[in-house]
Write a protein that binds this ligand. Structure first.
Ligand SMILES: NC(=O)c1ccc[n+]([C@@H]2O[C@H](COP(=O)([O-])OP(=O)(O)OC[C@H]3O[C@@H](n4cnc5c(N)ncnc54)[C@H](O)[C@@H]3O)[C@@H](O)[C@H]2O)c1
Length: 339
């Protein structure tokens, strides 16, 4: 694989349900699909047929691709409980790994991936895909340009109905909805505002009675002095999927989400008042796997740092875990970012 594009970047893909989006991301980049893997033969062949991957490049055991020397990127989209084991084996085998969010469910698993990333020298990226959602990219740009001044409050929600997923690995008590899904909203606030210093949360449990964890959680968080935030996570809600996000600044306000073709920007005029908002057209691309793959591929080709490396993924999981802990204990929890 070369930076000038004379030789195609080669990718392999493990876990082929949501993971098919990574194949599409790789194809959009112009990569060559060197291998695909799924432990379920039916899912493997479905993806193989869909993308025209020959039989000799299809594997049911990911360990069969560990020894291959000409794979530049491996994407991992298996159940969250397996992220650490598979990512670590790949990193130590010299592979650059793009692994799905959340980094892992437990702190010790996050630490294991950080160690493997550091010791192996391979590159690692956790797929916090909301950072590539057009509305959120635009919000980040407006914030960085100072358009809304200094942020004093931001909120984001992750509202997604898991009703049809209650009999799957997503119902594992360790896979609390705040960690598994809410990590999107938490990561978004960390990216847009910074690392919360304290969190306090309440949990509700009315929608998915057979699932061990709360199906709705509200958390408030303190960032720097005079800056606060709020997260709402609902994994049984009766509505379409949304990550509605509001960012309030001293000079303006942004209202956006991941599923709307427009976003709203209020800015204060000469008189200091916000009058008519600007409605900004936005491409709806809730899972921008193509951009995510491109960013990781470019960081490998140019040997530049990965923004969402293992430590960044671990910090997001740490905030999620602090929220879960707070809702269980009724106490304010201080996230520990020492990784
Ligand atoms: N970024 C996003 O917005 C987003 C959306 C959906 C899922 N995800 C993440 O993607 C990952 C996969 O989620 P999903 O919805 O595709 O789950 P899924 O259960 O629908 O599919 C997982 C696939 O992985 C395969 N698999 C399981 N263990 C394997 C192993 N050891 N080796 C090879 N294949 C294995 C399964 O057979 C299945 O085909 C999870 O980490 C999830 O959190 C992210």
């Amino acid at each position: 694989m070369q930076a000038n594009g004379t030789e195609k970047l080669k990718s392999a893909h493990i876990g082929l349900k949501f993971g098919m989006s990574h194949i599409e991301g790789a194809l959009a980049y112009g990569a060559e699909i060197a291998a695909i893997c799924d432990s379920n033969r039916e899912n493997l062949d479905f993806a193989g047929e869909r993308y025209g991957i020959p039989e000799e490049k299809r594997y049911t055991d990911y360990r069969d691709i560990l020894g291959s020397n000409d794979i530049d990127i491996v994407t991992v989209a298996v159940p969250d409980q397996q992220h650490a084991r598979i990512s670590c084996e790949l990193l130590y085998a010299g592979k650059n790994v793009l692994c799905e969010k959340p980094l892992a469910l437990k702190r010790e698993d996050c630490e294991e991936i950080i160690r493997a990333e550091r010791e192996s020298g391979s590159k690692f990226m956790v797929g916090q895909i909301c950072r590539f959602t057009p509305a959120f990219e635009k919000a980040k740009q407006l914030i960085d340009e100072g358009v809304i001044g200094e942020i004093y409050f931001a909120e984001s929600e992750y509202a997604h109905d898991y009703m049809y997923l209650v009999d799957t690995w997503r119902a594992d008590p360790d896979r609390h909805g705040v960690i598994g899904g809410g990590c999107h909203a938490v990561d978004l606030l960390r990216w847009l505002v910074g690392d919360p210093k304290e969190v306090f949360a309440y949990g509700m449990h009315k929608l998915l009675p057979t699932v061990a964890y709360d199906d709705a959680t509200i958390a408030v968080m303190k960032f720097d002095e005079n800056v606060a935030g709020k997260i709402f996570v609902s994994t049984g809600c009766k509505r379409d999927y949304t990550m509605r996000t509001l960012i309030y600044g001293t000079k303006g306000t942004i209202i956006c989400d991941n599923t709307s073709p427009t976003m709203t920007l209020f800015t204060a005029g000469e008189d200091g008042m916000a009058h008519e908002p600007e409605i900004i057209d936005i491409t709806v691309n809730n899972h921008n796997a193509a951009r995510e793959f491109e960013v990781f591929a470019d960081s490998i080709i140019n040997n530049t740092p990965v923004a969402t490396d293992a430590v960044e993924g671990a910090k997001t999981v740490e905030v999620c875990r602090a929220i879960v802990e707070s809702s269980a204990s009724g106490r304010i929890v201080t996230p520990d970012y020492d990784f």
